[in-house]
Design a protein around this ligand. Structure first.
Ligand code: NAP
Ligand code: HSE
Length: 437
């Protein structure tokens, strides 16, 4: 057999330790698949004295991540530390040293990917990032290679395990938001800064990557419309169920006749849709191609070994291509670098969707008529209306409305006018409804 491939890892936390465990446990099988053995020779951590969740015998521990990127013994650098810096410098240094890189870092790829892939192209190395999107699901490979014959029309996915875990727990166990977030952190699902999970930023990083490889556009994180789950009320989760829907946090990428929609936000989905049954830390991505039709890709979206599964698959891919001409490898962003398109990303005001609105209305004749008049004047049709509460003795009642599909700027204007009615109290909840049909 050929010389072993030598790996340097930056970060031995949840994903790094999971990766070492999988490489050790399945070493023989991995060597049979890759054509040579894979040895981890060094790893960078912040605190070398910390107890590790993997066997570190034979791995030299250092504290400077650049030491790994500059280590002449290392063929492939695994960047598993997270964040933008120093991760960006580590990756660019490794590339400049002619090393291949495997990363699980979606923030890095979404924000600095254009620069990183340009450098990789220049130095003829691969930067693989399967683990950056949807944990253990091979969604990058599926879109970039398996569906390469298709014109991708749309994608919708549950792509943040932590948010899905929190929403499932709130609905099924009646748990509070903070309790489920703390559980997700203890299980190693959440980002180092968990606001990235609950404010939709992590999902927006992943959608940036999916949008680029599906539509052949540059990575443009700043143009993704981003809303998280932190403002969702348990009432909305329960009313949605009563109406035959389920609230999920989705990333949606859609090709329209005028451009591309890229958005992450909570959504009401019909309860019988397959995505409505994706619970806990599981992720799923629904991809529609013009030739294949709808496809669904499902699996664990976070956690040590599911993510390690994707990292190790990338290592095997890189080892297999070590001797191929760089110009003939699979392009990083699926399309050849000189064939990237400048399709515009549409502003949120141009999104087309149906809407769920919940408001607290004074219990008095004529109030609903005012609400429906405002919607009617803006050409927004009502699909269903539900007034909760048990009787005339209550002074304020929740009113829930489902609209038909309309353009988002009309709903923005309706919300502005409704908020001015003296009979509508508190803020109005607005959640988009997606049929995905
Ligand atoms: P983690 O548990 O916090 O581990 C981070 C590791 O990086 C730790 O070992 C830490 O060292 C090391 N590190 C951080 N800053 C460093 C520095 N400046 N110098 C040297 N070492 C440093 O994070 P994780 O959950 O494994 O996530 C790692 C990456 O994978 C992130 O990009 C994340 O978004 C991505 N990811 C995570 C998951 C998941 O389920 N957790 C899934 C998919 C992708 P110490 O241990 O000494 O502190
Ligand atoms: N924090 C991320 C999540 C990790 O919960 O989905 C996997 O990318």
């Amino acid at each position: 057999m050929m010389q072993p491939t030598r790996i340097g890892i930056v970060g031995l936390g949840t994903v790094g330790a999971g990766t070492v465990n999988v490489l050790r446990r399945n070493g023989d099988e991995i060597a049979r698949r890759a054509g040579r053995e894979v040895h981890v020779c060094s790893a960078a951590v912040r605190d070398p004295g910390k107890l590790r969740l993997c066997e570190i015998a034979g791995i030299e521990l250092v504290t400077d991540p650049l030491e790994v990127a500059n280590d002449s013994r290392v063929d492939i650098v695994l960047e598993l530390m997270g964040g933008e810096e120093p991760a960006r410098s580590v990756v660019l240094t490794a590339i400049a040293n002619g090393k291949h890189v495997v990363t699980a870092n979606k923030a890095l790829i979404a924000v600095h990917g254009n620069e990183i892939f340009h450098a990789a192209q220049e130095y003829g190395v691969t930067v693989a990032f399967e683990a950056a999107v949807a944990g253990g699901i091979s969604i990058i490979k599926a879109i970039r290679e398996g569906l390469a014959g298709n014109r991708i029309e749309s994608m919708a996915g549950i792509i943040n395990g932590t948010s899905n875990y929190i929403l499932s727990g709130m609905r099924d166990e009646g748990c509070g938001f903070s309790e489920k977030l703390a559980d997700a952190q203890a299980m190693g699902y959440a980002e180092a800064d968990p606001t990235f999970d609950i404010e939709g930023v992590d999902a927006a990083h992943k959608l940036t990557i999916l949008g680029a490889i599906a539509f052949g556009i540059p990575l443009q994180f700043d143009n993704v419309y981003t809303e998280g789950i932190s403002a969702l009320a348990l009432d909305d989760i329960m009313y949605a169920e009563e109406l035959g829907f389920r609230i999920k946090h989705l990333g949606i990428a859609k090709r329209t006749h005028v451009g591309i929609e890229l958005r992450v936000h909570p959504c009401l989905l019909p309860r019988n849709h397959l995505l409505s049954h994706v619970e806990g830390v599981m992720n799923a991505i629904y991809v529609k191609g013009d030739a294949v039709g709808p496809t669904l890709h499902y699996g664990a979206g976070a956690g040590a070994e599911p993510t390690a599964s994707a990292v190790v698959a990338d290592v095997v891919d890189v080892v297999r291509t070590l001797t191929t001409d760089p110009g003939n490898r699979v392009p990083h962003l699926a399309f050849q670098p000189n064939a990237i398109s400048d399709l515009p990303i549409l502003p949120a005001a141009e999104i087309e969707s149906a809407y769920y609105l919940r408001m607290s209305a004074v219990n008095r004749p004529g109030v609903l008529a005012d609400v429906t008049r405002i919607l009617g004047d803006l050409n927004i049709s009502i699909e269903a209306i539900l007034q909760k509460g048990s009787g005339a003795q209550e002074s304020v009642l929740p009113v829930i409305l489902l609209t038909q599909t309309t353009v988002e700027h009309r709903i923005d204007e309706a919300l502005r006018q409704l908020a001015e009615l003296p009979t509508i109290e508190n803020e109005i909840s607005r959640i988009r409804v997606e049929a995905l049909d």
